[in-house]
Design a protein around this ligand. Sequence first.
Ligand code: TYD
Length: 143
Amino acid sequence: MNIEIIPMQRLGDERGALIALEENKNVPFTVRRVYYLFDTQEGVRRGLHAHKQLRQLVIPVRGSCRFILDDGRERIELVLGDPGTGLLLESMIWREMCDFSHDCVLMVLADQLYDEQDYIRDYDEFLRQAKLRHAAASGTINA
Ligand code: TYD
């Protein structure tokens, strides 16, 4: 699956921790947008979409949550809860987030401005487009 867990170097000293994010260094793209998810209510599922082109780096700056990730071929689950670890999501990854801790703050760095046209919010449509991409990548068809 086209995702990566990126360990961030912890700076700071005995007074406390610090992590620096630098574009095209530990953030592997030029950052055009930052947003954060917080105050997520108990039992809520967020995400439930994929992006056609967008690349994102997700950092749980506080608390934790579970990610369910799906590229149309496999589905994996992981818990993100270390502010020293980022999750890089390439395009065409269906994501759902659940089991948010009450204090969870997820910070997301993105390589494009917000564009609703880049979203795929229907899972069946995602599967259809993912199949086309996989076939094109393996040379099965010219899509
Ligand atoms: P949505 O993608 O549905 O969030 P979630 O991951 O919680 O399901 O986004 C919620 C709303 O915020 C939706 O109306 C789109 C809007 N939005 C922006 O205006 N700018 C942004 O950068 C993002 C991520 C969302």
